[in-house]
Design a protein around this ligand. Structure first.
Ligand code: 4AD
Ligand code: MG
Length: 463
């Protein structure tokens, strides 16, 4: 007998096969006629497969009649067409082996609807729910789609370091990495002496792989890095995590317009793949989480993203009737409410904002001829706001040096980054897509903590 997944067992083509299925019982229902129905799920699809267990099985009274949600079993049986509504197949069990019981009294996942807040306190068990199983599959689909897209476009996947000495975004939100004893660190003139730390200098968890991946773009052309990034920003919002995954493509000989075009095609590809490959899960999100989500995604695949200079966005926001909590003024960073207004209300599709004031963006972005703005671009989408941040990079040595000094960075710390501008400098550009923001947008989930397996936020690192 062949071991197959529940997803496969649910397909009509499987009728007639004798198979082995393994998974967890979602529910048990006993018929008066002396047999039981089990709903079995193994995570391969949202839907369960119904297993019919006849009373003649030797462990029927002793084990089957005690099965409750969460118990794990192996079922051997034959797949047949199901007369029941809402399912095309069912399995008639020849044997059911029980592996692990799950005490019905204490098992935290009861049949009722649990709040997402409660499920965060049992993050080790929430993957067993419909919602979190569906999120895991969509997240996997997005990750695969990211790799497929860039591989097909001829990009090289580059692995950039997690431990770093440089603050790419210059926002001072880095987690320190140290092996010094916090109670008794070595000191030199009152200060902690980091020359005696593991790396001989202060080190941190990276906020972005960009600076390192630029070295590869300036050698092999088109590259991307995709990994965890860390930000110690103390923001308790529904779209910030302290640890999140980011994919960062970086392209030599690309200007900002080329980069916008690539990012737009990239987002459409991811969304299209999820709609095509996770149709059942997306139906679920549309029914249970956000009834506009599929229409929004279908709209995105067909739409042309708006391209809007920051300065024009400020004018639009200023002249709108909306009462914003945060004031709008040229030179201020946009808040989530402003980003959402533009994509949700004003344009009702993704908006690529570009040419931001130099004062609110990092040192590495290319200065425009106006001297006040840089070649930055952010992509804003309905509900989530910023999903992508990117720019054309400053490739002119002298200008970059000035920008570093302006932002109080020590050029000596970035000597290797500056070298890229001394030897064979090229125009180049790139962007970063936050994986969780993408999954949040695609599934319609309200809180980013629910689209990463084990969220890390201020005060939370359990599991
Ligand atoms: O805009 P950010 O800070 O850009 C960079 O890090 C650049 N170095 C990227 C590049 O050009 N290679 O971050 C990029 C994206 C954001 O648009 C957002 O989607 C996500 O990363 N992001 C976060 N996601 C979750 N939690 C946080 N705290 C995030 N901060 C940024
Ligand atoms: Mg940003």
């Amino acid at each position: 007998m062949q071991k197959i997944s529940v997803a496969e067992a649910r397909r009509l083509e499987s009728v007639g096969r004798e198979v082995v299925l393994q998974g967890w019982v979602r529910t048990r229902r006993d018929s008066k006629a002396g047999f039981s129905f089990l709903e079995l799920n193994d995570g391969s699809s949202l839907g369960n497969v119904q297993v019919i267990v006849r009373g003649e099985l030797p462990n029927y009274e002793s084990q089957i009649k005690h099965l409750s949600p969460g118990c794990s079993v192996t079922v051997e049986g034959r797949i047949q067409a199901s007369p029941g509504k809402g399912q095309s197949t069912e399995v008639v069990a020849q044997s059911v082996t029980v592996h692990g019981a799950a005490d019905a009294e204490s098992y935290p996942l009861q049949k009722k609807q649990h709040s997402f807040e409660f499920l965060r306190t049992i993050a080790h068990l929430r993957p067993r729910t419909n919602t979190f199983g569906a999120i895991a599959r969509v997240r996997n689909c997005v990750s695969r789609s990211i790799h497929n897209f860039f591989q097909e476009e001829g990009f090289l996947y580059v692995h950039t370091p997690i431990i770093t000495t440089s603050d790419c975004e210059g926002a001072g939100q880095m987690f320190r990495v140290t092996t010094l004893d916090p109670a008794n660190p070595p000191r030199l003139d009152e200060e902690v002496d980091y020359t005696r730390d593991f790396f001989g200098r202060p080190t941190y968890l990276t906020v972005s792989g960009q600076l390192d991946v630029e070295c590869f773009a300036c050698a092999v052309g088109k590259v991307y890095t995709f990994g965890p990034t860390f930000r110690a920003e103390n923001s308790n919002t529904s779209r910030h995590l302290a640890e999140f995954w980011m994919v960062e493509p970086e392209m030599a000989f690309f200007d900002l317009a080329d980069t916008m075009e690539l990012a737009e095609r990239f987002l459409k590809r991811i969304v299209g793949d999820v709609l095509g490959q996770c149709a059942e899960d997306m139906q679920f999100f549309n029914q249970r989480i956000d009834d506009t989500v599929i229409a929004t995604l279908e709209g995105i695949v067909q739409s042309q993203f708006v391209r809007l200079p920051y300065s024009e966005a400020i004018e639009i926001l200023k002249s709108s009737d909306e009462k914003f909590e945060f004031p709008v003024a040229w030179g201020h960073d946009l808040q989530a409410e402003h980003e959402r207004y533009l994509s949700e209300r004003q344009f009702q599709r993704p908006v690529i904002l570009f040419d931001y004031p130099r004062t609110i963006k990092p040192f590495y972005m290319r200065l425009n001829d106006d001297g006040r703005t840089v070649r930055a671009m952010d992509i804003l989408v309905p509900k989530v706001g910023e999903i992508v941040g990117g720019s054309q990079r400053e490739e002119r040595y002298d200008v970059l040096l000035e920008r570093m000094k302006e932002q109080d960075l020590d050029p000596e710390d970035y000597w290797w980054y500056l070298d890229l501008r001394r030897y064979g400098a090229v125009p180049h550009s790139g962007f970063g897509l936050g994986l969780e923001r993408a999954v949040q947008f695609i599934t319609g989930m309200a809180n980013i903590r629910d689209v990463i397996p084990f969220p890390r936020t201020p005060g939370n690192a359990e599991f």
